[in-house]
Design a protein around this ligand. Structure first.
Ligand SMILES: [Fe+2]
Length: 117
């Protein structure tokens, strides 16, 4: 797979170990209140930690609400590829996480969030 391609799980129910290491795993409430802060944790990955070594590591993870940019966390090989951001939303949306591995490129995952008045 080319590192210039946006990658995601081909079959989310049966991910390969390579996919499990790279797919950002988004933990967040299913429902939140409009305008109230809540926490979103993104882990790379699920069940298997991505390596964090000078030659191979996750460089950053970006978080979006649909296609609206929320924030970025940068990593070094001395950190764990895991980030918690505190955010608020005005309307229901798809949270999207994009993580970049220096060897294996960009990986995407998403989850729906319902925002109630
Ligand atoms: Fe990687």
């Amino acid at each position: 797979m080319s590192k210039y391609v946006l990658q995601t799980a081909k079959d989310p129910a049966n991910m390969t170990p390579h996919e499990e290491k790279h797919i950002p795993y988004i933990e967040a409430p299913d429902k939140v209140k409009k305008g109230e802060y809540f926490q979103v944790t993104v882990r790379m990955g699920k069940g298997i930690d991505h390596p964090m070594e000078p030659g191979h590591f996750i460089q950053y993870v970006d978080l979006y609400a649909n296609y609206y940019y929320l924030g970025r966390v940068n990593f070094t090989p001395d950190t764990k590829a895991e980030a918690t951001m505190t955010i608020k939303l005005d309307e229901s949306c798809t949270l999207r996480a994009y993580e970049f591995c220096n060897l294996h490129g960009m990986w995407e995952s998403s989850r729906e969030i319902i925002v109630e008045e």
